[in-house]
Ligand binder design. Sequence first.
Ligand SMILES: [Zn+2]
Length: 362
Amino acid sequence: MNAPADLSADLNLQATARALPKVLLHEHLDGGLRVATLLQLLKQRGLNAPEPDETRLAAWFSANAHAGSLEKYLEGFALTVAAMASPAAMRRVAIEAAQDAHQEGAVLAEFRIAPLLFEAHGVSGEAAVEALLQGLQDSPLPLLKQSGLIVCAMRHLPPSETERAATLALKYRDQGVVGFDLAGPENGFPAGAHKAALQRVLDGGLALTLHAGEADSAERVLEAGRLGARRIGHGVRLVDALNDPAKQDLVAEAQALGLHLEVCPTSNVHTGAARSIASHPITALWQAGVSLSYHTDNRLMSCISHPQEAAELLRHTPLTARDLLAMAQHAARHSFLHEAQRQLALQAIDKAARQGLGFAPN
Ligand SMILES: [Zn+2]
C-alpha cells in the first residue's frame, strides 16, 4: 500500500469535487438546516433538542441516517418542521440553504418544501411560502435569477390536501414558485390518486417533478411521466427495467418522454433504496443513456454536502469528473427556471469547467 500517494489522490479527488460547477434540483429545505441553526431555532421556540450541542446533535443525525430504518431517518423532520415554524425562521433557513449551495458551486438551485406542514404549528401556507420566497430573494442566489421554490404535497394525505397545495403553488407561480412535487412515503400511495390536482398544476403553467421509483417499482417512474412530470425525484428503480427483458420498453419510454432523474445517492443508501454508493443504480442508468443528475435530498439528515456527494461518486463508482459535469449540464437544461436562466447556468458550467477543472466540457 502506498498510503501517502492514496491520500494525495483522494485530496485531488476532493478538490475536483469542490471545483465542479453544480446545479441543485432536489433539496428539501426542512431536511437541509445547518445543525447550529436548528439548535438555535429550537431554543428560541422553547423546544427540546435530542442532544444539547452541535457535535452531539450532528452525531444523532448521523446515527439515525445509518440505522437502516426509514422511520429513524424521518424522525428528524418532526424536529426541523417544529423548529422552522415561524416566518422569520423560514426566511433564515431559505437564505442559509442558498448560501450553502452557492458556496459549494451551485450556479442554479431549486429548493422544495411542503408549506402546509406548518399549519399544524400555526403558520399558514401563504405565510410560509412568502417567508421562504423572501429568504431566497435575499440570498446569493436570488429568486428566479438563480433559484426557485418547488411546493410539495404529501402523497399519503387525501387528494383534497394536494388540491390545497396546488392552489397555494399556483397563487405564487409568478413570484418564485416554479414547480410542484409529491413527496412522502411511496409504497401504497400511487401518484395517480392525485391526478386531478396535478393536472390543474400543469394547466396553470407550473412544471411537475414527482418522487417516484425510490422505494417502489420502475413502473412508478413511467406513471409519473404519464401524469405530466418531466423530472422524477430519485427514479432509481428504473434500473430494474434495464435488467429485465420484459421491462426494457420502460427505459425507452422514459427517454421518449424526456424524463430527467434527480438522483440522491447518499439519501438512497440511508433509506435502503440502494445498498452502497459503489452499487448505486446511478452508474448503470447513466451508462444506459438516461438523463440524470446527482443531488443531496436532505443534507442535514444524511450529513452530506453537494461536493461530498460528488466526491463519493468519484471515489466509489467509475463515473468521472467529466460525467458529473455532463450531469450538471443535463440538470441545467431540465431546470424549471426560465430559459434565459438555464442558458446562463450552462454558460457558467462551461466557464467553470474551462477554468477550474483543466478540461473543456463536451
Ligand atoms: Zn426528496
